[in-house]
Design a protein around this ligand. Sequence first.
Ligand SMILES: [Zn+2]
Length: 139
Amino acid sequence: MKVYNLTCEHDHRFEGWFSSEEDFKSQSEARQIACPVCESHAVRKLPSAPRLNLSTAQEPKIDAAVVQKQLLELVRKIVANTEDVGERFAEEARRMHYNEAPERSIRGVASVQEFEALAEEGIDVVPLPLPDALKQPLQ
Ligand SMILES: [Zn+2]
């Protein structure tokens, strides 16, 4: 699998995934590659990022399973180090912000509206999609 940095005539940059250089060429010639922004077919390949002269270096492979595992570990760590305030998340975040509650790391659920209201008040909250597996109580 090859990942190419592509650009269209309007300088919209995007990535294309191809099984090989030939695959890219044939799709390009058949005008099967379109810019995701303007749908232009005038797409060309950008020169790949300059690399250090390590001719034996392998292309880094992105393994979806590894990424998933790292994400799970990160989420687990966050879950282990935060207090679950559940539905009271927005309320608690606000109380902490206004020094009405002790400063601590909390997690919980907030609606989009609550989330936006918090952001407007300058309260930092980070949305974190929690995999279903981790919604169960931890062992
Ligand atoms: Zn474009």
